[in-house]
Design a protein around this ligand. Structure first.
Ligand code: AMP
Length: 178
């Protein structure tokens, strides 16, 4: 696949802010306009993986659900496998599960017990870093299998929520920060 030069500023201009979705007070960052633009979609994947080349990682792990879109595209470009971290109850085979705190209550993510080999080199990808709870839970699942996270990449980071603090010790990259 050829390299498409896209700047983070162009990606930022295409992200649509939807106020009060899915509930009052949330500023939802809608990435569908980025996906719908062939140049921006292709280019933002290149930006997400800019410090890596084919052969550097064995698997790209994507987080349910929008993370899958970016992680799968990154996996193809990096000639790596794709592994989903899903919400509890969706994966068909045996899983490891990890709970994490939400604003109200808890949620659980899961990964197949054989999804990654011990020592596998992993790029973890999601669309957006908010409080970091989801990504930290995914990190725990990857590490439970003995795999090694080289980098955690997000299209968007809500910097004011300090999600990075939950991912200490890992290399974190985000393209657009609010
Ligand atoms: P958190 O666990 O708080 O870091 O939340 C991250 C997850 O929630 C990601 O998988 C995002 O897709 C989603 N998310 C949280 N806040 C937003 C937002 N303002 N706009 C879009 N998605 C969000």
């Amino acid at each position: 696949m050829s390299q498409t030069i896209v700047t983070p500023a162009e990606v930022e201009r295409a992200i649509r802010n939807v106020p009060d979705f899915p509930k009052p007070g949330i500023q939802f960052k809608d990435i569908t306009p980025v996906l719908a633009d062939a140049r921006l979609f292709n280019g933002c994947i290149d930006l997400l993986i800019n410090s890596l080349k084919p052969g550097d990682v064995d698997a790209v792990v994507g987080i349910d659900a929008r993370g899958f879109i970016f992680a799968a595209a990154a996996a193809v470009k990096l000639k790596a496998g794709f592994v989903p971290v899903r919400k509890k109850g969706k994966l068909p085979f045996q899983t490891h599960e990890q709970d994490y705190a939400l604003e109200y209550g808890t949620a659980t993510v899961a990964m197949h017990i054989d999804a990654l080999k011990p020592g596998a080199r992993v790029l973890l990808v999601d669309d957006l870093l908010a409080t970091g709870g989801t990504a930290a839970a995914a990190v725990s699942l990857v590490e439970k299998l003995g795999a090694k996270i080289l980098e955690v990449s997000f299209l968007i980071e809500l910097g004011f929520l300090n999600g990075r603090d939950r991912l200490k010790g890992h290399k974190i990259q985000s393209l657009v920060t609010y």
